[in-house]
Design a protein around this ligand. Structure first.
Ligand code: NAD
Length: 500
């Protein structure tokens, strides 16, 4: 079986600096369509010199270009034009995204690309309401605090939702007057390369630049570059450590949106129909590859068998297959290596005394793409590796709990702290559990609901800093305090003594 390619991508993908292909200079990297395993394009890696040129272009645009000093109404116009551009090219961008990620085309159209466009509108509206501060408590003086752009932002994106996640960073950095250099994941550069080319036609020269290549080569050169003033990264926790130490050497602040092993707690007091629907969405959306997946499903023992049975039955009926087909619910994983890594957790679960309840196998009947069957396992304790490590695939780990205290303790017993899910119609349980979670986000009786004005990010090794309206404003601006005498008081006079 061979599925059709969503679009014929360009033969070669290069970085884009000031609207022209970057110098490249590095090796060629293949880009594959995950639904068939066929190579669909070649990425030209940018070496350190090419990164240098991209940062220099962004630096010049910041230091000498119009962008940082543009009035808010003019900046809003440009951000709105970015949004229009994305909507005009929505189908092309969705298909390019599909061709490198294998994400379901329907979801890309309905959620990712619309969100990408909305990210620009959201920050346009946000800056239209931003206010400075003024203090006048010292008589005769007025002190104002304004937020000014920081400079050049290095933006590093992962492969699991490239356009939706990168545009949150691009729109925020631009809205607050900065210039940027974006580095997509080397696995999924197609849609972001096209998007940057389109946006470069709307933005002033040098404001948005693109470099391509592997993390330890192109990414490392970018985050360590002395011309960079902020680093915003979304990706794995170990990469986050490397990025923060590189940026730290230059005293450059970072936001790190990292991994998770989020607890999805289902209490006997929950609406179980809704909880099972939510649990399926929480682990199988986005082909099972999402940082905020509810991958550890903790169920109160009195309803454990019922919930597990209903979940397993529905998981077995998930329509796995062609990302272009309207009925598909689970597409392929992003790469062959990732598929093999996800499935290696079957043996790891069994070694820890776990039992595979459904799935746990490749779907080779679907051809050469990187398909796996939706998988659920049970394990005896929360110490099992499949309850502690981020698997980042359509792989749910089930555990029972006997009391609210035990649910809280198990949910928090992890190195991660991105999201917690609580399913219960008993208000005291909801209040108690949500107030006890060591995670940046708690979703109650709902799967993923991202409110862009609210901070999003993780406790513990799930992240540093937050993304979202005011959090982005704080990150992408510097505060400048200016004090002016309004009715100048006399100054204490020095230097009126006798000359020596
Ligand atoms: P990754 O860490 O392997 O790579 C992410 C990006 O970092 C890629 O562009 C990569 O090329 C780059 N990179 C790698 N090493 C680098 C280095 N030394 N210096 C600079 N850049 C480097 O992550 P991934 O596999 O692409 O994405 C999956 C991970 O992302 C998962 O752990 C997932 O939980 C996490 N994620 C988190 C969020 C969130 O908001 N918290 C959202 C999506 C994904």
């Amino acid at each position: 079986m061979t599925f059709a390619l969503p679009i014929i991508p360009p033969d070669r993908i290069t970085g884009l600096v000031r609207g022209a292909p970057s110098a490249g200079g590095g090796i060629e990297l293949p880009v594959f369509y995950p639904a068939t395993g066929a190579q669909v394009s070649t990425l030209i890696e940018d070496d350190a010199r090419a990164v240098d040129a991209a940062v220099a272009a962004a630096r010049t645009a910041f230091d000498r270009g119009p962008w940082p000093g543009l009035g808010v109404p003019q900046r809003i116009e440009v951000l709105e034009a970015c949004r229009e551009t994305i909507l005009t090219h929505a189908e092309e961008l969705a298909r390019l995204e599909c061709a490198a990620t294998g994400l379901i085309l329907r979801e890309l159209r309905e959620r990712h690309i619309k969100r990408a466009a909305y990210n620009f509108r959201f920050f346009a509206e946000f800056i239209s309401q931003s206010a400075g501060q003024s203090f006048d408590q010292t008589p005769g003086y007025m002190t104002t605090v304004s937020r000014v752009p920081v400079g050049v932002a290095a933006l590093i994106a992962p492969w699991n939702a490239p356009v939706a996640l990168a545009t949150m960073k691009i729109a925020a950095a631009l809205a607050f007057g900065n210039t940027c250099v974006l580095k997509p994941s080397e696995q999924t550069p197609l849609a972001l390369a096209r998007l940057v080319a389109l946006l470069q036609d709307v933005l002033p020269e040098g404001v948005l630049n693109l470099v391509n290549g592997r993390g330890p080569v192109t990414g490392a050169a970018l985050v360590a570059h002395e011309g960079v003033d902020r680093v915003s990264f979304t990706g794995g926790t170990e990469t986050g450590r490397a990025i923060m130490s590189a940026a730290g050497r230059n005293l450059v602040p970072c936001t790190l949106e990292l991994g998770g092993k989020s607890a999805n707690m289902i209490f006997a007091s929950a609406d179980l129909d809704r909880a099972v629907d939510g649990a399926l969405l929480g682990i199988f959306s986005n082909n099972g590859q999402q940082c905020l997946a509810g991958s550890r499903i903790l169920v109160e023992r009195s309803v454990f068998d019922e919930v597990l049975g209903r979940f397993t039955e529905r998981a077995g009926r998930l329509r796995v297959g062609d990302p272009l087909a309207a009925e598909t619910e689970l597409g392929p994983l992003a790469s062959a290596a990732h598929r093999d890594r996800v499935l290696s957790y079957v043996g790891i679960a069994q070694a820890d005394g776990g039992r595979v309840v459904t799935g746990g196998t490749r779907r080779d009947d679907l051809g050469a793409g990187y398909f796996v069957a939706p998988t659920a396992v049970t394990v005896p304790t929360n110490a099992a590796r499949v309850a502690q490590e981020e698997i980042f695939g359509p792989f749910a780990t089930f555990l029972p709990f006997d009391s609210t205290d035990e649910a809280i303790a198990m949910a928090n017993d992890t190195q991660f702290g991105l999201v917690s899910y609580v399913w219960s119609d008993h208000l005291p349980t909801v209040m108690r559990v949500s107030g006890a979670m060591r995670s940046g986000v708690v979703w109650v009786n709902t799967p993923m609901m991202r409110e862009l004005r609210a901070p999003f990010g993780g406790f513990k090794t799930s992240g540093v800093g937050r993304e979202g309206g005011a959090s982005c404003e704080a990150f992408y601006t510097e505060e400048r305090t200016v004090t002016i005498p309004t009715t100048p008081p006399p100054l204490r006079k020095l230097g009126l003594g006798d000359a020596p």
